[in-house]
Design a protein around this ligand. Structure first.
Ligand code: SF4
Ligand code: FES
Length: 318
């Protein structure tokens, strides 16, 4: 090779080296400024891929569980047919009330609440209803079942004719499916001051506030209220007059007005509360509240007793 040729080759090699170095520098700069990502395809991160796979597995499991539930219901010797009220103001297509049918495998001792839970867990997780204790203590699952207010957890499916119609409590605004707004009911309860109040305290601060056996017996049934609102829902007067205190609140007023430990001043205050325009005299003695109360409280009897006390309280002797 001639000297010229050698110099030309050396110059070309140097130029190529410079181009390679510039390209590398540009790549580094692009990486630093983030411009390289604009041209690369959007590849999910390993975390996103894992989450997506998890979602897919969960959806498969749900679908499988639903298929199994349908198989179980189809192969069960005995199923119960529920027709359940549905409504959801936030979901398109459910803003108008309608009924859903569920066929639930029957088991001995099954309650309406058990059947609803089975339907929710196996057919439709969006089916909404309140419940907690499952033993007629918390009062959260009062519903309108086959045309009557009942606690779902206390109502045996075997006692119901089919289809078992399950609806929210009448005369209350429905929030979603079987859940009603309880605020008005709680307001009425609050209006009668449903707590023990007395100025007559025992002399010794550690002494108990004793009650006689007879007095305890008198108020015993009234203390059983679990605030389920079944009575209020069944009452025609409460349905027509939103201000009426209603049977549960009047029963609560009875519970404290008849408690001899509160003292005369407080009894007088309590009688004034229930004598208001929308108090005890609104009751028309229809017995519907007594009929539906799941704790068998003689509500109408208690309201009548309050009326008698109110009359005595207002009698004037000259
Ligand atoms: S009085 Fe009976 S029906 Fe009414 S809220 Fe209390 S437990 Fe329920
Ligand atoms: S679930 Fe508590 S009263 Fe029915």
């Amino acid at each position: 090779m001639s000297t010229d040729a050698t110099e030309t080759a050396a110059a070309e090699t140097e130029a190529e080296t410079n181009v390679a170095a510039e390209t590398e520098a540009e790549t580094d700069a692009a990486a630093e400024t983030g411009t390289a990502t604009e041209t690369e395809p959007d590849v999910p991160s390993p975390g996103e891929r894992r989450r997506e796979a998890k979602r897919e597995r969960a959806a498969e499991r749900d679908a499988e569980a639903q298929r199994e539930a349908e198989d179980v219901a189809a192969s069960a010797d005995d199923t119960v047919h529920l027709r359940v009220f549905r409504y959801d103001p936030d979901v398109e297509g459910k803003t108008e009330p309608y009924f859903d049918d569920f066929h639930v495998p029957f088991t001995k001792g099954m309650t309406v609440l058990d059947a609803l839970i089975w339907a929710r867990d196996n057919y439709d997780p969006s089916l909404t209803f309140r419940h907690s204790c499952r033993q007629a203590i918390c009062g959260s699952d009062a519903l309108f079942v086959n045309g009557r207010q009942r606690l779902a957890c206390k109502t045996q499916i075997s006692d119901m004719s089919e289809p078992v119609m399950v609806e929210p409590l009448p005369h209350s605004a429905v929030e979603k499916d079987l859940v009603v707004d309880m605020e008005h009911f709680y307001d009425q309860m609050e209006a009668v001051e449903p707590y023990f109040q007395t100025n007559e305290l025992p002399e010794d601060e550690l002494e108990e506030q004793r009650q006689t056996r007879e007095n305890r017996e008198k108020i015993k049934m009234s203390t059983r209220c679990i605030w389920c609102a079944a009575c209020m829902s069944s009452c025609n007067i409460a349905a027509g007059n939103n201000e009426y205190l209603g049977p549960a609140a009047l029963n609560k007023a009875y519970r404290f007005a008849m408690d001899e430990r509160e003292g005369e001043d407080m009894t007088e205050h309590r009688l004034q509360l229930i004598e208001e325009e929308n108090g005890v005299w609104r009751c028309q003695t229809q017995f519907s509240c007594t009929e539906v109360c799941p704790k068998d409280i003689p509500l109408t009897e208690h309201i009548q007793a309050l009326k008698r006390e109110a009359v005595k309280h207002n009698l004037k002797f000259w």
